[in-house]
Design a protein around this ligand. Structure first.
Ligand code: HEM
Length: 289
């Protein structure tokens, strides 16, 4: 009793920063393998897209099928005789000179190509090499994804950390998290130790919707898979539709990566990235709850 009374009368010692074990080894390893595979898949995918920078809906799609074409990246010449690059989506055309359709090639000369050389791998037109790397890293993504899912299900990571609880899905909680993000106010102290609703929706959406979606639509374009699982082509309404959806999923993943990296930088890149490398996340003393 004497000890308890003495403790109660003494001011609490100043809190010290401490390291909290945030990410399991399996999550860390699969995260970085996934990041490498996705970066290479995007760069090789853009090279492959450049071989035919147009997209169609339905079961058929080639140059003359303008009626089925919903997206095109290309170059044209204006009334003043100047070349320009453009992106056309439906009836909307946007001039994109310097980035899409017409950009500066790796040799400094104008390049009449869909995506610019800095965004593609290889940086020059080489469909065969791009496809070889794309298919290799697609299998890395698939195998790594199964390992991540198996670990996340077995350890409870998926249910405990990633899937939102019903009460977290209330409009009030979601709006509150959006406002906090807009004001660049990130959870501090104990609250920073878990994912909040926007993080859960973004990570869950990537892991359970976008990555499976990009994989399934990719498999739908493979003649080998068509033979084994013809229902996949039916599911996506034809190979040109699957190619269009593959492009949409890939672009949503690119959007996720841009926001993800921005959030990592804003939330404190050293602490965040260290936690994904060593597993240890530093909880700040003065902000700890
Ligand atoms: C250089 C690139 C990347 C960096 C620096 C990075 C960094 C990080 C960091 C620091 C975290 C932990 C966030 C936290 O604890 O609050 C994280 C988690 C995560 N990242 Fe990335 N990331 C990168 C690329 C990617 C890519 C390409 C994807 C997938 C498209 C991705 C998907 C995820 C997911 C799903 C999580 C949550 C993992 C889990 O808890 O199971 N990241 N990332």
């Amino acid at each position: 009793m004497a000890t308890m009374d003495a403790t109660a009368e003494t001011a609490p010692p100043p809190a010290k920063p401490y390291l909290f074990h945030r990410h399991a080894l399996a999550v860390r390893v699969t995260h970085w393998v996934n990041a490498l595979a996705i970066f290479l898949l995007i760069m090789t995918g853009l090279n492959i897209f450049n071989a035919h920078p147009m997209l169609y809906w339905g079961e058929y799609g080639a140059n003359p099928d303008v009626a089925r074409q919903w997206l095109q990246i290309g170059a044209d010449t204006n009334a003043a005789g100047q070349d320009f690059g453009f992106l056309r989506i439906g009836s909307l055309t946007v001039e994109t000179t310097g980035v899409l359709g017409l950009s500066t090639g790796s040799n400094g000369a104008p390049s009449y190509i869909g995506y610019p050389s800095w965004a593609t791998f290889p940086s020059y037109r080489d469909l065969a090499t791009a496809r070889t790397f794309h298919f290799f890293f697609a299998w890395v993504l698939i195998i790594n994804g199964w390992l991540y899912l198996a670990f996340s299900l077995a350890s409870g990571h998926l249910k405990k950390d990633l899937l939102p609880k019903l009460k977290e899905l209330s409009i009030g909680n979601i709006v509150h998290d959006i406002v906090q993000h807009a004001r660049l106010k990130f959870p501090k102290g104990e609250e920073a130790k878990r994912y909040h609703i926007l993080q859960k929706l973004a990570y869950g959406g990537v892991v359970l919707v976008l990555i499976p979606g990009v994989i399934l639509t990719g498999l739908t374009m493979s003649p080998g898979t068509n033979a084994a699982w013809p229902w996949l082509v039916e599911l996506f309404g034809g190979r040109p539709s699957a190619r269009s959806l593959h492009f949409v999923f890939a672009n949503l993943i690119i959007l996720f990566i841009i926001v993800h990296l921005l959030m990592v930088v804003l939330a404190g890149p050293i602490n965040e990235i260290r936690s994904m490398i060593t597993g240890k996340f530093r909880v700040d003393p003065e902000t700890a709850a």
